[in-house]
Design a protein around this ligand. Structure first.
Ligand SMILES: [Zn+2]
Ligand SMILES: [Zn+2]
Length: 341
């Protein structure tokens, strides 16, 4: 054994990456952006569809290519329309089916994590909604061997009657699921923009410590596997979900430096979900995280390809994207109603 002290392992820094063209292209993109981990959607995130399987040859190519790039972990973000907390039975069935599709595709791609928003109780009572999520997760996974896949519940900004802005709710859903299915592999993804908007003062050293202590008292810090690193356009406690470039929102650079180097968050995957308003925003945000995570003796981070960006023209009007999602949902609901007759 040599007496040389090994350099500490590189932090895992990544970005939500486009799968446009082909799933496998997301890996090249993440690598060109200078990331060493990534998050993707495995299917259109705002459409119900028939939740397709990934062709075995495509899945194999994806797994091989990811190993070549050393992109680790792979985080899959579930479809935004899934609402396991809904009191509407039709939407509930659709949500469980869609989430089952998410799990199957995550297994096909050999993902480490599948991130899900707990959903909205749509004005209904809290306790049954928490129970509905816990049961929905178990139903969606019924009969599947989850292997090393872990499902992560993401904390939310707490807009409307959305669940998961309070750590107690996340902890309750996890406890309910593991009560009935011991060992069910659940965990937590913490989103910094959602934390601030939910009222957690993560901008100061004391506030961050208090927040992490609250995490420890509820879900437990060991449950946190992924951190979504986003600045927030919305101020503290606004209960609005609006992501901003690192350092350009209400959280600011200094607070991100504390988050990325906090000993209690060491070893987590830090994944950006920041906007891409102009060419290079994606690459610059990845670089910003590497700078903020830098410590003495750290290995050299991966290099980005000069000029590479996922920017594809001006951002789509979010209102039209929402309208499109609504149309998709309506068409589905009609089909589901017909199917039930
Ligand atoms: Zn999310
Ligand atoms: Zn997020």
């Amino acid at each position: 054994m040599s007496g040389v002290v090994a350099a500490p392992p590189l932090p895992r820094i990544g970005i939500h990456t486009s799968t446009a063209g082909h799933l496998v292209e997301s890996l090249d993109r993440a690598s060109k952006l200078g990331a060493n981990c990534l998050q993707i959607f495995s299917f259109s995130p705002r459409m119900w569809g028939n939740s397709p399987r990934i062709a075995p040859a495509d899945a194999a190519r994806f797994r091989e290519r990811r190993a070549e790039f050393g992109l680790m972990p792979l985080v899959i973000h579930a479809n935004y329309l899934i609402n396991l907390a809904t009191p509407n039975p039709i939407l509930r069935v659709r949500s469980v089916q869609a989430f089952r599709g998410e799990i199957i595709r995550a297994l096909d791609l050999d993902a480490e994590y599948l991130v899900l928003h707990p959903g909205s109780r749509v004005g209904g009572p809290l306790e049954p909604a928490l129970r509905a999520v816990a049961d929905g997760l178990r139903q969606a996974a019924r009969g599947l061997d989850l292997q090393r896949l872990r499902i992560l519940l993401e904390n939310t900004a707490g807009q409307g009657s959305v669940l998961g802005a309070r750590f107690e709710e996340l902890a309750a859903m996890m406890a309910m699921a593991s009560d009935r299915s011991p060992g069910f592999p659940l965990g937590v993804c913490l989103d910094t923009a959602h934390l601030l908007a939910a009222g957690f003062e993560i901008r100061t050293a004391e506030g961050l410590d208090e927040t992490l202590q609250a995490v420890e008292r509820t879900v437990g810090l060991s449950s946190v596997h992924v951190v979504h690193v986003n600045d927030s356009k919305a101020p503290l406690g606004a209960h609005v979900d609006r992501h901003e470039h690192i350092g350009k929102g209400h959280i600011k650079t200094e607070a991100f430096a504390r988050i990325l180097t906090h000993p209690l968050l060491a070893g987590r995957a830090f994944v950006l979900e920041t906007p891409i308003d102009k060419p290079g925003d994606d690459r610059r945000n990845v670089q910003a995280l590497w700078m903020l995570a830098a410590r003495d003796g750290l290995q050299v981070p991966p290099r980005a390809e000069r000029g590479f960006t996922m920017f594809r023209g001006p951002r789509r009007n979010p209102a039209s994207a929402r309208a499109k999602a609504r149309r998709g949902k309506t068409a589905h609901t009609r089909a589901a109603v017909r199917a039930q007759r």
